[in-house]
Write a protein that binds this ligand. Structure first.
Ligand SMILES: [Zn+2]
Length: 250
């Protein structure tokens, strides 16, 4: 297969990645440390000292940048987003449910999962939904080198474009793991970084570990709804379609 391997950060020593890296204006990318992580692919370990403000490292200091997308501009809009798919079975069930409820959503897909179910990308678009990038291998982006970040983002964009003709505009870092270095690279590649509205993280990923119940998730939704009237903007909620248990709650 000409595509990167499943579950791995794409190789950077290839003609494709070299050309992509060369097209970036690296003078606009700050030189920040590559973050440490216990095991490859996991989110980074946060340092004991405070994160310098100019690094704006969301995962470890909650900092967001002026152009991070965190809310929908319209107050009455609700950005329904699903991460970590496409997953055969689960994604189809979710598409069916959304069609039934007549709502559209944005699916932040990984390149690796897409490469195992490319037909689901087209099906998602055909039903009026949006696709966005959740990187190739779902690694903590701040733990990767500049070249690896480029490879993660560009291979995912290329995979989706080559299979659907759909041009990705938005990128959501796995675990929300983004700092000013990763943001600058994404910006250079033409992607807007999307985080999520804090009180609207449904924590549904904990279903996988059975540490949260469907009722608790429902109450996160209800609390979010209560806070709606106080908001100036519409929320972006975060859910997942990578695991069958999660779609049953939706
Ligand atoms: Zn994710």
């Amino acid at each position: 297969s000409p595509w990167p391997r499943y579950g791995e950060t794409p190789d950077t020593d290839t003609p494709e990645v070299k050309a992509w890296v060369q097209a970036v204006d690296w003078s606009k990318v700050p030189k920040l440390p590559i973050r440490k992580t216990k095991s490859r692919g996991d989110p980074p370990d946060c340092p004991e000292h405070e994160v310098p403000e100019d690094e704006c490292w969301w995962t470890c200091s909650g900092c967001f940048a002026h152009d991070d997308v965190m809310d929908c501009p319209a107050k009455d809009a609700w950005g329904l987003t699903f991460d970590d798919g496409p997953q055969p079975g689960t994604t189809e069930d979710l598409l069916e449910l959304l069609k039934h409820k007549n709502v559209t959503a944005t699916f932040f897909v990984t390149g690796m999962k897409s490469s195992r179910a490319p037909w689901l990308l087209q099906e998602t678009i055909d039903q009026g939904h949006h696709l966005a990038s959740h990187t190739w291998s779902h690694s903590g982006m701040t733990t990767l080198t500049n070249e690896q970040v480029v490879a993660e983002l560009k291979w995912t964009e290329k995979y989706i474009y080559d299979h659907t003709g759909y041009k990705i505009k938005y990128f959501r870092p796995p675990y929300g793991d983004v700092d000013n270095r990763v943001r600058a690279i994404a910006r250079q590649l033409g992607f807007k970084t999307v985080i999520w509205s804090h009180e609207w993280d449904t924590q549904d990923w904990q279903l996988e570990e059975n540490t949260i119940t469907p009722t608790q998730i429902e109450s996160i939704f209800k609390n979010g709804l209560k806070s709606l009237s106080k908001r100036e903007t519409g929320p972006i909620s975060l859910e997942h379609d990578g695991d069958p248990k999660m779609v049953t709650v939706a």
